[in-house]
Structure formats: structure tokens, C-alpha cells
Design a protein around this ligand. Structure first.
Ligand code: 5GP
Length: 197
């Protein structure tokens, strides 16, 4: 009998909502679920190549696009980001589940390209709270904070297309919800098929 392909999950949400922290908590608790590492043109912030991202130049990124090496790509907050297609396809084909931490443009592209992918959106309790969290992480300039807040409204709007919404009010609870959503979905999922490859 052919092996069932793995399930592809997407997690999206506005900058500062806590997606990375949630994933850090939940990933070690779900064996067999792997996080994809994206390519990006944004400069590394004390991050190692191949860990948070594959850091590439704009020319290298264009090359990846031209080669069809990316499953989806999008410009987010002024930089390009894209999901390596080959790695994701290999994991799914060998029956492993994969999660992509990507923005809503990417999530909606995955919806078009993949059957039986599941989209999870992490909501902030409010825009005021999101602004507080963006300031607290101390990573962005004032102009960047304003840009991220503006983008957040569009992202929250696009979340209507998502399958699951989790509000990250309390980190513990949101992590439990995320784990429950992934575990219950993968148990019954028919496996994701990437179309057009
Ligand atoms: P950061 O630079 O703060 O790590 O990420 C900025 C945004 O880009 C986040 O919303 C993140 O989910 C998104 N992102 C990261 N990798 C990808 C990708 O491969 N594709 C898309 N569409 N968005 C990505």
C-alpha cells in the first residue's frame, strides 16, 4: 500500500503576536512534525544561516524564484521570504508532517497550491496589546513598528480564509490550543498533495 503523505500546516499571524515562541514550545511536544526553514533577503539578527533562515542576497533569491525552487514567496515588511519546495515535498512524500511559519500572502498561496493543507492563524488579543508586544521585544524602529501595525490589520482581515484561529492572550493556553489543533487534525488528515509538481 502506498504510504500516506504527511500533512502540511501553515502558521501565520501579525509580527509580535508570538508565533515563534509558540512554535518553540509546541514543536518538541509533537514528534514527527518538522518546521521548514525559509530563504530570506532580510539581514540576520544574530541568527545562524540555516537555523532561523537561509540568508541570501536579492540576486540569489531571484535565482531561487527563477529555478522554481520556492513553493511560495512574498515580500513582507520590505524583505523577500520564500519556502524551499524540495525539502517540503521530500518530507511530505516520506510521510512526515511539516509546518511553515509564513505570512498570510504565503498562506493563501499554499491554500491554492496544496490540497489538504491546514492554515492556523494566531490572533493578538487586541491591536493595543500587539503594539505593546512589538515595543517590548525592542527589535524594531518606530517606523517599523508603525508598518507592522498597519500590516497587522490586513493580515487579520485575511485570516478569514484560515481554518483555525487561536488567540494568543495567555501563552500557556495558546500553546495547548495549538498542540491540540495540530494533533487532532493530523490524526484524521488525508495527507497533503502539492499540486502542479
Ligand atoms: P521575521 O523576519 O520577523 O522572522 O518574519 C517576518 C514575517 O515573514 C513573518 O510573518 C514570517 O511568518 C514571514 N515569513 C517567514 N518566512 C516566510 C516565507 O518563507 N514565506 C512567506 N510568505 N512569509 C514568510
Amino acid at each position: 500500500m502506498p504510504k500516506r503523505s504527511g500533512t502540511l500546516f501553515v502558521i501565520s499571524g501579525p509580527a509580535g503576536v508570538g508565533k515563534d515562541t509558540l512554535l518553540e514550545r509546541v514543536l518538541p511536544q509533537i514528534p514527527g512534525l518538522r518546521k521548514s526553514v525559509s530563504a530570506t533577503t532580510r539581514p540576520p539578527l544574530n541568527q545562524l544561516h540555516g537555523e532561523a533562515y537561509f540568508f541570501v542576497s536579492p540576486a540569489e533569491f531571484q535565482q531561487l524564484v527563477a529555478e522554481g525552487a520556492l513553493l511560495e514567496q512574498a515580500e513582507v515588511h520590505g524583505h523577500w521570504y520564500g519556502t524551499p519546495a524540495k525539502w517540503v515535498q521530500e518530507q511530505l512524500a516520506s510521510g512526515r508532517d511539516v509546518i511553515l511559519n509564513i505570512d498570510v500572502q504565503g498562506g493563501l498561496a499554499i491554500r491554492e497550491k496544496c490540497t489538504n493543507a491546514f492554515l492556523i492563524f494566531i490572533d493578538p488579543p487586541s491591536l493595543t496589546e500587539l503594539e505593546k508586544r512589538l515595543r517590548a521585544r525592542g527589535r524594531d524602529t518606530e517606523a517599523e513598528i508603525q508598518r507592522r501595525l498597519q500590516n497587522a490589520e490586513g493580515e487579520i482581515d485575511a485570516s478569514r480564509e484560515y481554518d483555525f484561529l487561536i488567540t494568543n492572550d495567555d501563552l500557556e493556553e495558546a500553546a495547548e490550543d495549538l498542540k491540540a489543533v495540530i494533533e487532532s487534525t493530523r490524526a484524521d488528515a488525508p495527507g497533503t498533495i502539492v499540486l502542479g509538481v
